[in-house]
Design a protein around this ligand. Structure first.
Ligand SMILES: C[S@@+](CC[C@H](N)C(=O)[O-])C[C@H]1O[C@@H](n2cnc3c(N)ncnc32)[C@H](O)[C@@H]1O
Length: 875
């Protein structure tokens, strides 16, 4: 293998690093991985031969993707470091020795796959390398025909060359399916492509010419002969363009040329057609880029020469012609001819001739500058709307002025020189005068009043340079222009041919470009395109199965989405609260004025919307009354329910608070004023102190609205029911008393309304069971999201997949995860007859099932009744 230094730009690309990370010996391993992904030939193969296998990247891949215990053989000129389960040996595949060694290793087996990634040592002479490469391919094909099983696969690397089509033709004769492809890991700048030949026909007799390089690559053999002479006299011949792809010493298909190369080239169409990009990197080219002639359009066209349209091509050719004119390239190229012609003339005239020619050129240059400057001025005027194109005659003249000037210069100098060649010093003088006259006419002829109706005024009018000859010159000019146009067309078709030769898909690509679907020539760009087809075009989650789900409840994918929405909202809300907190300076306005407990108290929803409460007036001194009231309200609520609790007499004796039968608290005197009463309540008990009855609500409102106070309230509730003793009374009596013999407390309409509203709000909340079911559903959805995320991460990290494959697989995962699963039906099995006493799943029952006992319900009911009875008797 040619040991290329891995320091060039782009050499250490992502596949290089990936190969290092994943332990492959060569980045080329990814080419085989990607080829196998596309054609899937490794998984089903048991015997594989890798020709030109060093350092062994492909062998590693084969070993990984083929079934265990497969026979894998690798051969290369250089020894290959051992790979477990792989047999390797060093041989030249072009020799018979290699063939017999392979036969020896294969015994009676036949190969399912023959791989060939051979590359000759890349030298400076391309044609020779191409020959070796094609020779290697043909030889590997030969070996493949010897060892391949019928239906087998042959994978080979080929370089695009003029013999490419012949090669494909040969493959097609031997295989059922032949496809050329360039895996993404193959560098765009490399001319290599891989041909995957599947379904080996295994003909009994193969025409020997199919595998004969002389027959298949006739031209190349000729080329080889030619190039061998070139080696000894590289500059003796004109450098030939290699239509087969590479130029000598240039081993990539991507080529950029310097603008000056194009300007100076004698074959501009060929130069353009042979390059991908035109750069302005040399000093000279940089100057050219700054010239006004080098417009934005030209710079843009230079960026990608492969997609030049006819218009762009013409612009570039005109630009080149103008610049050649500016740099006097035509002149300098003609100079040697002139000099050669002058050799015959007298040596006295030589110096004067030179002088004259120089002066001539100087003048012409000056004139050209002037014409250009005028054109520039006119353009500026046009841009400032000071004039119209017709006024300045841009259409008639502007585009061709350059050529007119060039033509003029050409004609003048040629004429002068011809005359000089023939004539004497006198005639030189005469002609010089003439020339000067003409130049004076060109540059400084005064305005002719007779010409005032003309569009072009003043000395700058090029159409007036020869007053008597305008028509004739126009005709001549038109003819010249037509000629230039046709020359340009010819050049353009030459350029297109050139492109076509370099790129087999040229026509298709151009068609795509014309249809607006063009995605570029590079694999990279195609990948980007496919990337956008894959990842960018997100799966239409909205049109998933959930839409067709007729259940009113949220389907699971909706659940997932709603979770995501909720998460967002929660975040937003948190941000909002934080912002508000920051703005207001605290969580609640009330708490800024009241103590903590008071704030908590009045923070209850009950006080919201209650008119007339001036929270500022309520101080912590009132908290004792609040505590008492809260207890009373609780008791009132309990009283309504008839669920009185009696405390042990011992508790009363201890002076602790006692709940009376009539449902009112009797608060021990020392506790009355204790503001810590509320604080003493634990969390659970606090939850009990709710305003659950209209009586409690009324009482509360009265207190809050200062219609009563704690003393009045306590006094009022010392009544005939206060000290009723129910200790020795039977249960039935106590229960009945509780129901009917109790004080009737005042209730206001407002309190009833408020309570009703509160209950309504409570009713609106889902019952616990439903809430739990929803929460479970959410939890399951969250689990699925997490699972998909995890899987997606592993897919993303999988380097064996292309971006598009990754996108597709993630897409599939999401669809699967969000698809609503049909509810599993539960079969109810009654445990009677054959199912009676069956342990585990009854026969013939599939899916979820529930065993029910026909007697179970009755028995359970009976057991409950029994339990109740025994409880009563125990008491
Ligand atoms: C691009 S490398 C192959 C890389 C290999 N597929 C891998 O993944 O490691 C090309 C190999 O072809 C080998 N080669 C070139 N000419 C050969 C020949 N005549 N016989 C055997 N091997 C040859 C070179 O030695 C070189 O190792």
């Amino acid at each position: 293998m040619g040991h290329q230094k891995k320091t060039g730009k782009g050499r250490l690309d992502k596949y290089y690093h990936l190969a290092k990370e994943q332990g492959y010996r060569a980045r080329s391993a990814f080419k085989l991985i990607q080829l196998n992904k596309k054609y899937n030939f490794l998984g089903s193969s048991r015997v594989l031969i890798d020709l030109c296998a060093a350092p062994g990247g492909w062998l590693q891949v084969a070993q990984k993707y083929m079934p265990v215990k497969s026979l894998i053989l690798g051969v290369d000129l250089v020894p290959i470091k051992p790979i477990p389960g792989v047999i390797t040996f060093a041989e030249d595949i072009l020799t018979d020795k290699c063939r017999s060694r392979l036969r020896q290793e294969m015994k009676t087996w036949k190969a399912d796959v023959v791989l060939h990634d051979g590359a000759p040592n890349v030298g400076s002479n391309w044609a020779h390398d191409a020959y070796s490469q094609t020779e290697l391919v043909l030889m590997s094909l030969k070996l493949a025909t010897d060892f391949l099983n019928k239906g087998g696969t042959f994978v080979t690397k080929v370089f695009r060359s003029k013999d490419y089509n012949s090669m494909i033709w040969v493959f097609n004769q031997l295989f059922g399916k032949v496809e050329a492809t360039k895996p993404p890991s193959s560098r765009n700048v490399s001319a290599e492509i891989f041909v995957v030949c599947q379904d080996y026909i295994a003909p009994k007799n193969i025409d020997p010419r199919f595998l004969d390089a002389k027959y298949v690559f006739e031209d190349l053999v000729l080329n080889k002969a030619q190039t061998s002479t070139d080696i000894f006299a590289p500059d003796s011949k004109k450098k030939k363009r290699h239509r087969e792809g590479y130029e000598d010493g240039d081993l990539t298909l991507y080529k950029s040329i310097d603008a000056m190369e194009f300007i100076k080239s004698r074959d501009p169409a060929g130069t353009l057609g042979g390059a991908n990009k035109m750069t302005f990197d040399t000093d000279e080219a940089r100057d050219v880029a700054k010239l006004p002639e080098t417009t934005e359009d030209i710079l843009l066209a230079c960026k990608d020469l492969r997609v030049l349209g006819k218009k762009d091509f013409r612009i570039l050719m005109k630009w080149r012609a103008g610049l050649r004119e500016r740099f006097q390239l035509e002149k300098t190229e003609e100079q040697p001819k002139i000099e050669a012609g002058d050799e015959d003339g007298g040596s006295d005239a030589e110096g004067q001739l030179d002088l004259l020619a120089k002066e001539e050129l100087k003048k012409l240059r000056k004139e050209r500058k002037r014409v250009n400057a005028k054109r520039q001025r006119q353009l500026v005027k046009l841009q400032l709307n000071m004039t119209t194109p017709t006024e300045i005659g841009l259409e008639q003249d502007g585009g061709h002025e350059l050529f007119r000037a060039a033509k003029l210069a050409e004609r003048e100098s040629v004429r002068t020189i011809n005359e000089l060649r023939q004539g004497t010093v006198d005639s030189i003088n005469v002609d010089t005068d003439l020339a000067d006259d003409e130049l004076v006419e060109l540059g400084s002829r005064p305005v002719n009043p007779d010409d005032s109706d003309s569009d072009f005024e003043g000395p700058d009018d090029p159409a007036r340079t020869r007053s008597g000859d305008v028509d004739g010159e126009d005709d001549e000019g038109q003819g010249r222009l037509r000629q230039l146009e046709s020359e340009m067309d010819e050049l353009y078709s030459e350029y297109v041919d050139h492109k076509r030769e370099r790129d087999a898909q040229y026509d298709i690509k151009r068609k795509r470009a014309a249809e607006g679907e063009f995605r570029g020539f590079d694999d990279d760009e195609e990948q980007n395109g496919s990337g956008s087809d894959g990842f960018a075009s997100e799966p239409d989650k909205g049109s998933g199965s959930s839409e067709s789900d007729s259940e009113p409840e949220l389907s699971e994918d909706e659940e997932i989405r709603s979770m995501m929405r909720e998460a967002k909202q929660t975040k937003a809300a948190k941000r909002g609260v934080a912002a508000r907190k920051g703005a207001v300076g605290g969580p609640a306005v009330v708490s800024t004025k009241l103590g903590g407990r008071a704030a908590m108290w009045f923070d209850q929803p009950l006080f919201k919307g209650v008119d007339g409460i001036d929270l500022d007036d309520i101080t912590d001194d009132d908290s004792d009354s609040k505590a008492a009231v809260s207890k009373q309200s609780l008791q009132a609520a309990r009283g309504r329910k008839g669920a009185s609790k009696r405390k042990r007499p011992a508790d009363e004796a201890d002076g602790m608070e006692v709940e009376s039968d009539d449902g009112f608290d009797v608060v021990a005197p020392e506790d009355h004023g204790d503001p810590n009463d509320v604080e003493l309540m634990d969390e659970d008990r606090q939850a009990d102190y709710d305003l659950a009855t209209p009586e409690a609500m009324t009482m509360m409102r009265d207190l809050a609205n200062r219609k009563t106070n704690k003393h009045a309230l306590i006094d009022k509730h010392f009544n005939r029911y206060t000290f009723n003793d129910s200790r020795d009374l039977p249960d039935w009596f106590v229960d009945d008393e509780q129901q009917h013999n109790k004080p009737s407390l005042p209730v206001t309409k407002e309190a009833v309304r408020m309570l009703r509203e509160k209950l309504k709000a409570l009713d609106a909340r889902p019952i616990k069971k439903v809430a739990e079911a929803k929460a479970r559903k959410k939890m399951r959805a969250a689990k699925r999201v997490a699972n998909v995320q995890k899987k997606a991460e592993s897919v993303i990290a999988n380097d064996d997949m292309t971006e598009a494959e990754k996108a597709r697989s993630i897409d599939r995962m999401i669809k699967r995860a969000t698809k609503a699963k049909p509810k599993e039906k539960v079969t109810v099995i009654v445990a009677r007859n054959a199912n009676r006493g069956v342990q585990g799943r009854p026969k013939g029952v599939k899916g979820r099932y529930k065993m029910v006992d026909p007697r179970m319900k009755k028995e359970l009911r009976a057991k409950k009744a029994r339990d109740k009875r025994t409880k009563r008797t125990k008491r």
